[in-house]
Design a protein around this ligand. Structure first.
Ligand SMILES: NC(=O)c1ccc[n+]([C@@H]2O[C@H](COP(=O)([O-])OP(=O)(O)OC[C@H]3O[C@@H](n4cnc5c(N)ncnc54)[C@H](OP(=O)(O)O)[C@@H]3O)[C@@H](O)[C@H]2O)c1
Length: 282
Protein backbone atom coordinates (compact mmCIF):
# COMPACT_ATOMS: atom_id res chain seq x y z
CA UNK A 1 0.00 0.00 0.00
CA UNK A 2 1.34 3.46 -0.94
CA UNK A 3 2.01 5.65 2.10
CA UNK A 4 0.78 9.24 1.69
CA UNK A 5 1.57 12.08 4.10
CA UNK A 6 -0.97 14.92 3.90
CA UNK A 7 0.61 18.04 5.42
CA UNK A 8 -1.83 20.82 6.41
CA UNK A 9 -4.58 18.22 6.68
CA UNK A 10 -7.22 20.48 8.27
CA UNK A 11 -7.37 22.96 5.39
CA UNK A 12 -9.51 22.88 2.23
CA UNK A 13 -7.12 20.70 0.24
CA UNK A 14 -6.16 18.46 3.13
CA UNK A 15 -9.81 17.71 3.89
CA UNK A 16 -10.69 17.15 0.23
CA UNK A 17 -7.81 14.70 -0.14
CA UNK A 18 -8.79 12.80 2.99
CA UNK A 19 -12.31 12.43 1.56
CA UNK A 20 -11.06 11.33 -1.84
CA UNK A 21 -8.25 8.94 -1.02
CA UNK A 22 -9.51 5.48 -0.22
CA UNK A 23 -8.03 4.14 3.01
CA UNK A 24 -8.13 0.64 1.53
CA UNK A 25 -5.86 1.78 -1.27
CA UNK A 26 -3.50 4.11 0.60
CA UNK A 27 -2.04 4.36 4.07
CA UNK A 28 -2.64 7.97 5.12
CA UNK A 29 -0.65 10.11 7.53
CA UNK A 30 -2.44 13.38 8.29
CA UNK A 31 -0.81 16.23 10.18
CA UNK A 32 -1.65 19.87 10.73
CA UNK A 33 0.17 22.64 12.62
CA UNK A 34 -0.66 21.28 16.08
CA UNK A 35 0.74 17.79 15.42
CA UNK A 36 3.64 18.85 13.25
CA UNK A 37 4.75 22.38 12.49
CA UNK A 38 6.57 22.27 9.14
CA UNK A 39 8.77 25.18 10.19
CA UNK A 40 10.43 22.80 12.66
CA UNK A 41 13.15 21.19 10.54
CA UNK A 42 14.03 18.53 13.10
CA UNK A 43 10.39 17.47 13.63
CA UNK A 44 9.85 17.21 9.86
CA UNK A 45 12.94 15.05 9.44
CA UNK A 46 12.01 12.82 12.37
CA UNK A 47 8.47 12.25 11.05
CA UNK A 48 9.74 11.61 7.52
CA UNK A 49 12.32 9.03 8.58
CA UNK A 50 10.04 7.33 11.08
CA UNK A 51 7.12 6.89 8.63
CA UNK A 52 8.89 6.86 5.25
CA UNK A 53 5.94 8.04 3.09
CA UNK A 54 6.08 7.37 -0.66
CA UNK A 55 4.36 10.69 -1.39
CA UNK A 56 4.24 13.91 0.64
CA UNK A 57 1.54 16.46 -0.23
CA UNK A 58 2.23 19.93 1.11
CA UNK A 59 -1.16 21.62 1.55
CA UNK A 60 0.09 23.89 4.36
CA UNK A 61 0.13 27.61 3.79
CA UNK A 62 0.15 30.92 5.62
CA UNK A 63 -1.75 33.88 4.19
CA UNK A 64 -0.60 37.17 5.77
CA UNK A 65 -3.00 40.08 6.04
CA UNK A 66 -2.60 43.15 3.83
CA UNK A 67 0.00 45.57 5.22
CA UNK A 68 1.50 42.78 7.35
CA UNK A 69 3.76 43.61 10.28
CA UNK A 70 7.36 42.30 10.39
CA UNK A 71 6.34 39.29 12.47
CA UNK A 72 3.82 38.30 9.81
CA UNK A 73 6.42 38.79 7.07
CA UNK A 74 8.74 36.41 8.86
CA UNK A 75 5.92 33.93 9.42
CA UNK A 76 4.91 33.95 5.74
CA UNK A 77 8.46 33.09 4.67
CA UNK A 78 8.83 30.64 7.55
CA UNK A 79 5.78 28.57 6.57
CA UNK A 80 5.55 29.08 2.80
CA UNK A 81 9.27 29.00 1.99
CA UNK A 82 11.26 27.43 4.85
CA UNK A 83 8.46 24.92 5.59
CA UNK A 84 8.50 23.82 1.96
CA UNK A 85 12.30 23.61 2.10
CA UNK A 86 12.16 21.40 5.21
CA UNK A 87 9.72 19.02 3.54
CA UNK A 88 11.69 19.02 0.27
CA UNK A 89 15.11 18.24 1.72
CA UNK A 90 13.68 15.60 4.00
CA UNK A 91 11.51 13.97 1.29
CA UNK A 92 14.52 13.89 -1.02
CA UNK A 93 16.61 12.14 1.62
CA UNK A 94 14.23 9.15 1.54
CA UNK A 95 13.53 9.42 -2.22
CA UNK A 96 9.86 10.31 -1.67
CA UNK A 97 7.78 12.28 -4.16
CA UNK A 98 6.68 15.77 -3.08
CA UNK A 99 3.50 17.42 -4.34
CA UNK A 100 3.58 21.12 -3.48
CA UNK A 101 0.38 23.19 -3.78
CA UNK A 102 1.15 26.69 -5.01
CA UNK A 103 -0.70 29.71 -6.27
CA UNK A 104 -1.78 31.80 -9.27
CA UNK A 105 -0.48 34.78 -7.29
CA UNK A 106 3.03 34.14 -8.65
CA UNK A 107 1.69 35.99 -11.73
CA UNK A 108 0.72 39.63 -11.63
CA UNK A 109 1.84 41.27 -14.87
CA UNK A 110 -0.86 43.01 -16.88
CA UNK A 111 -2.33 40.46 -19.25
CA UNK A 112 -5.58 39.37 -20.78
CA UNK A 113 -4.35 35.93 -21.76
CA UNK A 114 -4.26 33.08 -19.23
CA UNK A 115 -0.78 32.26 -17.93
CA UNK A 116 0.67 28.88 -18.79
CA UNK A 117 3.55 27.07 -17.10
CA UNK A 118 6.08 28.53 -19.57
CA UNK A 119 5.25 32.16 -18.79
CA UNK A 120 7.61 34.17 -16.61
CA UNK A 121 6.37 34.67 -13.08
CA UNK A 122 6.17 38.06 -11.42
CA UNK A 123 5.35 37.57 -7.75
CA UNK A 124 4.23 40.81 -6.12
CA UNK A 125 3.33 41.01 -2.45
CA UNK A 126 4.32 38.98 0.55
CA UNK A 127 2.14 35.92 -0.02
CA UNK A 128 3.16 35.58 -3.68
CA UNK A 129 6.86 36.08 -2.97
CA UNK A 130 6.93 33.62 -0.09
CA UNK A 131 5.02 30.95 -2.06
CA UNK A 132 7.36 31.44 -5.01
CA UNK A 133 10.34 31.08 -2.66
CA UNK A 134 8.78 27.75 -1.59
CA UNK A 135 8.54 26.66 -5.24
CA UNK A 136 12.22 27.50 -5.77
CA UNK A 137 13.32 25.44 -2.76
CA UNK A 138 11.32 22.46 -4.05
CA UNK A 139 12.85 22.74 -7.53
CA UNK A 140 16.38 23.15 -6.17
CA UNK A 141 16.23 20.35 -3.63
CA UNK A 142 14.03 17.65 -5.13
CA UNK A 143 14.37 15.15 -7.93
CA UNK A 144 10.78 13.92 -7.94
CA UNK A 145 8.45 16.89 -7.42
CA UNK A 146 5.14 18.20 -8.72
CA UNK A 147 4.23 21.85 -8.16
CA UNK A 148 0.52 22.43 -8.70
CA UNK A 149 -0.57 26.06 -8.99
CA UNK A 150 -4.24 26.78 -8.46
CA UNK A 151 -6.55 29.65 -7.54
CA UNK A 152 -9.53 30.58 -5.34
CA UNK A 153 -9.77 27.16 -3.73
CA UNK A 154 -13.02 26.53 -1.84
CA UNK A 155 -14.33 23.57 0.10
CA UNK A 156 -14.48 22.49 3.75
CA UNK A 157 -13.35 25.44 5.89
CA UNK A 158 -13.45 29.23 5.87
CA UNK A 159 -13.27 30.85 2.45
CA UNK A 160 -14.76 33.57 0.25
CA UNK A 161 -17.87 31.46 -0.34
CA UNK A 162 -18.57 31.39 3.41
CA UNK A 163 -17.92 35.11 3.71
CA UNK A 164 -20.51 35.93 1.06
CA UNK A 165 -23.12 33.49 2.39
CA UNK A 166 -22.61 34.58 5.99
CA UNK A 167 -23.04 38.22 5.00
CA UNK A 168 -26.21 37.29 3.08
CA UNK A 169 -27.55 35.48 6.15
CA UNK A 170 -26.95 38.44 8.47
CA UNK A 171 -30.05 40.64 8.68
CA UNK A 172 -27.84 43.59 9.74
CA UNK A 173 -25.92 43.52 6.46
CA UNK A 174 -27.43 44.59 3.14
CA UNK A 175 -24.31 45.47 1.13
CA UNK A 176 -20.86 44.00 0.91
CA UNK A 177 -17.99 46.03 -0.53
CA UNK A 178 -15.13 44.06 -2.07
CA UNK A 179 -11.67 45.53 -1.57
CA UNK A 180 -10.28 43.83 -4.63
CA UNK A 181 -11.78 42.70 -7.88
CA UNK A 182 -9.17 40.26 -9.17
CA UNK A 183 -9.84 38.00 -12.10
CA UNK A 184 -9.02 34.32 -11.64
CA UNK A 185 -10.75 30.93 -11.61
CA UNK A 186 -12.76 29.58 -8.66
CA UNK A 187 -11.58 26.02 -8.09
CA UNK A 188 -13.18 23.40 -5.92
CA UNK A 189 -10.84 21.59 -3.55
CA UNK A 190 -12.55 18.31 -4.48
CA UNK A 191 -11.79 18.83 -8.19
CA UNK A 192 -8.20 19.78 -7.41
CA UNK A 193 -7.84 16.72 -5.19
CA UNK A 194 -8.64 14.54 -8.23
CA UNK A 195 -5.69 16.13 -10.04
CA UNK A 196 -3.44 15.55 -7.01
CA UNK A 197 -4.54 11.90 -6.95
CA UNK A 198 -3.44 11.51 -10.55
CA UNK A 199 0.05 12.67 -9.59
CA UNK A 200 0.11 10.33 -6.59
CA UNK A 201 -0.61 7.40 -8.90
CA UNK A 202 1.48 8.41 -11.91
CA UNK A 203 5.06 9.44 -12.48
CA UNK A 204 4.79 12.86 -14.11
CA UNK A 205 6.90 15.66 -12.69
CA UNK A 206 7.33 19.41 -12.97
CA UNK A 207 5.06 22.46 -12.74
CA UNK A 208 1.36 22.14 -13.57
CA UNK A 209 -1.46 24.65 -13.50
CA UNK A 210 -4.76 23.17 -12.32
CA UNK A 211 -7.87 25.31 -12.13
CA UNK A 212 -11.47 24.58 -13.03
CA UNK A 213 -12.19 24.95 -16.73
CA UNK A 214 -14.88 27.08 -18.39
CA UNK A 215 -13.21 30.50 -18.33
CA UNK A 216 -12.56 32.98 -15.54
CA UNK A 217 -14.47 35.58 -13.51
CA UNK A 218 -13.89 38.59 -11.33
CA UNK A 219 -14.39 38.47 -7.55
CA UNK A 220 -17.60 40.45 -8.08
CA UNK A 221 -18.91 37.93 -10.62
CA UNK A 222 -17.94 35.07 -8.30
CA UNK A 223 -19.85 36.66 -5.40
CA UNK A 224 -22.90 37.25 -7.61
CA UNK A 225 -22.86 33.65 -8.83
CA UNK A 226 -22.69 32.37 -5.24
CA UNK A 227 -25.69 34.53 -4.32
CA UNK A 228 -27.62 33.49 -7.43
CA UNK A 229 -27.08 29.80 -6.69
CA UNK A 230 -28.10 30.33 -3.07
CA UNK A 231 -31.23 32.23 -4.18
CA UNK A 232 -30.01 35.26 -2.17
CA UNK A 233 -29.43 37.81 -4.97
CA UNK A 234 -32.06 40.10 -3.51
CA UNK A 235 -30.69 39.79 0.04
CA UNK A 236 -27.20 41.23 -0.50
CA UNK A 237 -25.81 43.83 -2.87
CA UNK A 238 -22.15 43.31 -3.64
CA UNK A 239 -20.10 46.26 -4.87
CA UNK A 240 -16.45 46.97 -5.58
CA UNK A 241 -14.61 49.83 -3.89
CA UNK A 242 -14.20 52.72 -6.36
CA UNK A 243 -10.93 52.74 -8.27
CA UNK A 244 -10.06 49.14 -7.41
CA UNK A 245 -7.73 47.76 -10.08
CA UNK A 246 -8.50 44.35 -11.49
CA UNK A 247 -5.49 42.06 -11.00
CA UNK A 248 -5.32 39.30 -13.60
CA UNK A 249 -4.02 35.89 -12.52
CA UNK A 250 -5.98 33.47 -14.70
CA UNK A 251 -4.15 30.17 -15.15
CA UNK A 252 -4.16 28.03 -18.27
CA UNK A 253 -3.91 24.26 -17.59
CA UNK A 254 -1.56 23.87 -20.53
CA UNK A 255 0.66 21.14 -19.06
CA UNK A 256 -2.37 19.04 -18.04
CA UNK A 257 -3.58 19.23 -21.65
CA UNK A 258 -0.15 18.55 -23.16
CA UNK A 259 0.33 15.52 -20.89
CA UNK A 260 -3.18 14.20 -21.53
CA UNK A 261 -4.31 14.59 -17.91
CA UNK A 262 -7.99 15.28 -17.28
CA UNK A 263 -8.62 18.94 -16.38
CA UNK A 264 -10.90 19.95 -13.49
CA UNK A 265 -14.55 20.44 -14.57
CA UNK A 266 -16.13 23.80 -15.38
CA UNK A 267 -16.16 26.26 -12.47
CA UNK A 268 -19.84 27.17 -12.79
CA UNK A 269 -21.08 23.55 -12.85
CA UNK A 270 -18.70 22.55 -10.04
CA UNK A 271 -19.80 25.47 -7.89
CA UNK A 272 -23.47 24.70 -8.58
CA UNK A 273 -23.15 21.07 -7.53
CA UNK A 274 -21.07 21.99 -4.47
CA UNK A 275 -23.74 24.51 -3.39
CA UNK A 276 -26.49 21.97 -4.02
CA UNK A 277 -24.75 19.30 -1.94
CA UNK A 278 -23.61 21.47 0.96
CA UNK A 279 -25.46 24.78 0.81
CA UNK A 280 -21.94 26.23 0.49
CA UNK A 281 -21.42 26.27 4.23
CA UNK A 282 -19.38 23.17 5.03
N1 LIG B 1 -7.19 28.86 -0.73
C1 LIG B 1 -6.82 29.37 -1.89
O1 LIG B 1 -7.54 30.12 -2.53
C2 LIG B 1 -5.47 29.03 -2.47
C3 LIG B 1 -5.18 29.41 -3.77
C4 LIG B 1 -3.96 29.03 -4.33
C5 LIG B 1 -3.05 28.31 -3.58
N2 LIG B 1 -3.34 28.00 -2.30
C6 LIG B 1 -2.33 27.21 -1.56
O2 LIG B 1 -2.75 25.87 -1.61
C7 LIG B 1 -2.44 25.21 -0.38
C8 LIG B 1 -3.73 24.59 0.15
O3 LIG B 1 -4.70 25.64 0.27
P1 LIG B 1 -5.91 25.52 1.28
O4 LIG B 1 -6.94 26.48 0.80
O5 LIG B 1 -6.23 24.10 1.51
O6 LIG B 1 -5.21 26.15 2.58
P2 LIG B 1 -5.87 26.30 4.02
O7 LIG B 1 -7.30 25.92 3.99
O8 LIG B 1 -5.46 27.64 4.54
O9 LIG B 1 -5.09 25.18 4.85
C9 LIG B 1 -3.76 25.27 5.16
C10 LIG B 1 -3.50 24.44 6.40
O10 LIG B 1 -2.10 24.52 6.71
C11 LIG B 1 -1.99 24.69 8.11
N3 LIG B 1 -0.72 25.28 8.48
C12 LIG B 1 -0.40 26.61 8.59
N4 LIG B 1 0.86 26.74 9.04
C13 LIG B 1 1.35 25.49 9.21
C14 LIG B 1 2.59 24.98 9.70
N5 LIG B 1 3.56 25.80 10.09
N6 LIG B 1 2.75 23.64 9.78
C15 LIG B 1 1.76 22.81 9.41
N7 LIG B 1 0.56 23.22 8.96
C16 LIG B 1 0.36 24.55 8.86
C17 LIG B 1 -3.16 25.61 8.46
O11 LIG B 1 -3.42 25.59 9.83
P3 LIG B 1 -4.09 26.94 10.50
O12 LIG B 1 -5.38 27.15 9.78
O13 LIG B 1 -4.23 26.56 11.92
O14 LIG B 1 -3.12 28.05 10.26
C18 LIG B 1 -4.26 24.97 7.63
O15 LIG B 1 -4.90 23.91 8.30
C19 LIG B 1 -1.80 26.26 0.52
O16 LIG B 1 -0.42 26.12 0.42
C20 LIG B 1 -2.21 27.58 -0.10
O17 LIG B 1 -1.20 28.55 0.05
C21 LIG B 1 -4.53 28.31 -1.74
Amino acid sequence: MKKIWIVGSLGHMGQALIRLLDMMEYELYETDKDELDITDEHAVSLFMHRNRPDVVINCAGYHPSAGAAQSETDMAYKVNAVGARNLAQSAESIQAKLIQISTDDVFSSASDTPYNEFDDVNPVGLFAKSKYAGEKFVIQLMTRYVIIRSSWIYGIGKDFLNEVLEAAADPQISTMELLNNDRAVPTSAAELARVVKFFIDNDHYGIYHAVCSGGSCTRLEFAKEILRLAGKEDRLTVTVKDGTPEKYSVLDNMMLRLTGIEEPSGWRETLASYMKETGGLE
